[in-house]
Design a protein around this ligand. Structure first.
Ligand SMILES: [Zn+2]
Length: 249
């Protein structure tokens, strides 16, 4: 067993016993961690409210070598997520981020860039940033950093360049745009405006930072393509997708 110190974002807490919680954390240095927090449900317990959903805290984790849960021995609150006190949209936006991280990251597989991306997005959701474009940017950047970026340049199947057209075929199974020749082989195809693909490309580029805007004309279609693509990647419909903003502002 070794004690490791890192910063963490609380992704979920589950009651484990009368006094304890099992917490899922996204840590900066250890990746996603599930740990037992003994005494966390006691009124004056050792964690003093540091384990609320989306709270950012400094933690000490005792790593277990076997398959059993790690042990959380310390959590010192840095920042609480308060967006939910101001609007339902900010609250649901926060829940959505937590769900995406639970679904897409793996235990003990550190991605400090994903941790930093999440902190940056939460600052917008918790502050005065627009929720809808912030979440689109978060999804595009998260998928890219975890190696799931949808293909937006060449045909995802044969690799050939795709001649310019107003609409383009997007294959959910191939994970990106496909040319006319490969289109027939695909099972799950959606026809998308080329401007929508260009917008996804912009959102996943390293040059785009928050705050960013997405026009109302593109928002619904970009959101729909990413939603269906994410469903294919994770193998189910994320629960919070139904609560995502319907308009871009
Ligand atoms: Zn092709």
């Amino acid at each position: 067993m070794s004690a490791e110190q890192t910063t963490a974002i609380v992704l979920r807490t589950i009651e484990f016993s009368e006094t304890s919680l099992v917490v899922t954390l996204l840590t900066r240095d250890l990746g996603r961690v599930s740990a037992l927090a003994k005494g966390a449900r006691r009124p004056k317990g050792p964690f003093e409210g540091a384990l609320d959903l989306l709270a950012v805290c400094r933690v000490v984790v005792l790593r277990k070598s076997t398959d059993t849960l790690d042990l959380l021995t310390e959590a010192k609150l840095h920042r609480r997520f308060r967006g939910g006190e101001r609007s339902l949209q900010r609250l649901y936006g926060g829940y959505y981020i937590a769900e995406m991280l639970r679904l897409l990251t793996d235990d003990h597989d550190p991605h400090p860039d994903v941790y930093d991306l999440t902190i940056h997005t939460l600052e917008q959701i918790d502050g005065s940033g627009e929720v809808a474009p912030s979440l689109l940017w978060f999804d595009a950047q998260l998928l890219k950093r975890l190696g799931h970026a949808p293909g937006t340049d060449r045909c995802t199947d044969c690799g050939n360049s795709i001649p310019p057209a107003r609409r383009i075929a997007f294959s959910l199974t191939a994970g990106g745009v496909v040319c006319d020749k490969c289109r027939a082989k695909q099972r799950q195809i959606i026809s998308v405006r080329t401007t929508v693909i260009d917008e996804i490309k912009r959102l996943q580029s390293g040059d785009t930072r928050l705050p960013t805007q997405v026009t109302q004309d593109l928002y619904g279609e970009v959101r729909a393509v990413l939603n269906r693509y994410i469903q294919t990647v994770v193998g189910r419909v994320p629960r919070m997708q139904a609560f995502l903003p319907e308009t871009s502002s």
